[in-house]
Design a binder for this molecule. Structure first.
Ligand code: PHE
Length: 342
C-alpha cells in the first residue's frame, strides 16, 4: 500500500478510536493499539518508511511525524476530558485532612465568675442577678447615699443623657427618675431585700459595674464585682469574716488570712476594707460591713429584728493573681492569642 495512504488511514482510524473511547482504560487500549512501542500500528508504518525511495523520504518523514503528533495530542486531550467528570463524581476524598473546627472557650473572667458562684453556692448563698442599667433609687438612695454625696457626681458616673419614658416624654427629675449604668453591684442588695422577707436572706450577685476612669493597667471603665448579702436574726461581723476567709481559702488555697481595716460606706456601719494575705503581702479585695439600719428601714425591714452583712469584691484582681496577668486591659481586647491560654 502507498505509505501516504497508509498514514492517512492510520490517522483516521486512531482519531475515530479515540473519539469512541469513553474512559481512561479504554484510551489506554487505544494508545497501545496505535502508538504502542512494541506492537503498535505506528510501528508497522515505521517499517514502511524504510522502504520509501530517497525522493519520497523527506515528505513521508514529515507526514509521519505530523500524524504521530496529532494522534498523541488527541489522545491526551481526550484523557483529560474523561478524567474530569470521574473526579467530580468522587469529589469527596475521605483521606483529605479536612477543615479543623476551632473550639471556643470561656473568657477567664467568666471562668472566675463561675468558680466564685460555685464556692459561694457551697456555703449556701443563692446566685441572683440584677440590672446593669439602674435608677438612682437602687444605685444610691436606697443605699443611704444622699443627693449631695460626691459618689453621685455626674462626672463620676455614666448617667443616661436622654432617658425617655415609654410615652416618649423626657425624664427630667434627676433625683427620682435618672437612669445610669450602675456604679456598684450593691444595687442588687436593695432589689433583693425589696422583694423578700428577711427570712433569712443569703445571696451573692456577680456582674459588671461602670465608672468613668482613665484606662490603664489597673483601671477600666467597666469591671466586675462580687456582691454578697446575708440577713438574719443574729448575723455578726464574725460571720462576715468567717465567710470571707472561707471564700479566700477556697479560691486561693491554703489557710488564707483575711484582715479588716476601718473604712466608710454610707450603706454599712461599721464599714471595713477587706485585705487577703497573698504570699508575703496584703492585697485589697474590696469593701464590706454590717448593713446600715437606714438601708434595712428603706427596704421595709426592722433593724431591731434583723442584722446583716454585705461585701463587694473586685473580680479581676483574683483572676490576675491566679494567672499572673499584669494588665487588666488584656481582658477586654479580645485578642485570641491571650484568650486561648485559659
Ligand atoms: N459597693 C462598694 C464599692 O463599690 C463595696 C461594698 C459593698 C462595701 C458592700 C460594703 C458593702 O466599693
Amino acid at each position: 500500500m502507498d505509505p501516504l495512504a497508509a498514514l492517512a488511514e492510520f490517522e483516521q482510524a486512531a482519531l475515530a478510536a479515540i473519539a469512541a473511547a469513553t474512559n481512561a482504560p479504554a484510551l489506554e487500549q487505544v494508545r497501545i493499539e496505535f502508538l504502542g512501542k512494541k506492537q503498535g500500528r505506528l510501528k508497522d508504518l515505521q517499517s514502511l518508511l524504510g522502504k520509501a525511495t530517497p525522493e519520497q523520504r523527506p515528505v513521508l518523514g514529515k507526514r509521519f511525524n505530523d500524524v504521530k503528533e496529532a494522534v498523541t495530542a488527541a489522545l491526551e486531550a481526550k484523557l483529560t476530558s474523561v478524567a474530569k467528570p470521574a473526579v467530580a463524581a468522587t469529589a469527596i476524598d475521605l483521606t483529605l485532612p479536612g477543615t479543623p473546627i476551632e473550639l471556643g472557650r470561656l473568657h477567664p473572667i467568666t471562668q472566675t465568675v463561675r468558680e466564685f458562684q460555685g464556692i459561694m453556692a457551697r456555703f449556701g448563698f443563692e446566685v441572683v442577678d440584677g440590672p446593669e442599667l439602674e435608677d438612682e433609687w437602687h444605685n444610691f438612695d436606697g443605699l443611704n447615699i444622699p443627693l449631695e454625696h460626691p459618689a453621685r457626681d455626674p462626672l463620676d458616673n455614666f448617667y443616661l443623657a436622654a432617658a425617655c419614658t415609654a410615652t416618649g416624654e423626657p425624664m427630667l427629675l434627676r433625683s427620682q427618675t435618672s437612669m445610669l449604668l450602675r456604679s456598684q453591684t450593691s444595687n442588687v442588695q436593695i432589689r433583693v431585700m425589696e422583694q423578700r422577707k428577711p427570712a433569712p436572706v443569703r445571696i451573692i450577685s456577680v456582674g459588671r459595674v461602670y465608672r468613668p476612669d482613665d484606662i490603664d493597667a489597673t483601671h477600666h471603665v467597666m469591671f466586675h464585682q462580687l456582691e454578697g448579702l446575708m440577713i438574719g436574726p443574729d448575723v455578726t461581723m464574725a460571720s462576715l469574716k468567717s465567710v470571707l476567709r472561707m471564700f479566700a481559702a477556697a479560691y486561693l488555697g491554703g489557710d488564707s488570712e483575711v484582715r479588716f481595716r476601718p473604712s466608710f460606706f454610707p450603706f454599712t456601719e461599721p464599714s471595713v476594707e477587706v485585705d487577703v494575705r497573698w504570699k508575703d503581702r496584703w492585697l485589697e479585695l474590696g469593701g464590706a460591713g454590717m448593713v446600715d439600719p437606714n438601708v434595712l428601714t428603706a427596704v421595709g425591714y426592722d433593724p431591731e429584728q434583723v442584722t446583716g452583712f454585705a461585701f463587694g469584691l473586685g473580680i479581676a484582681r483574683f483572676c490576675m493573681l491566679r494567672h499572673g496577668i499584669d494588665d487588666i486591659r488584656l481582658f477586654y481586647q479580645n485578642d485570641v492569642r491571650f484568650l486561648r491560654q485559659f
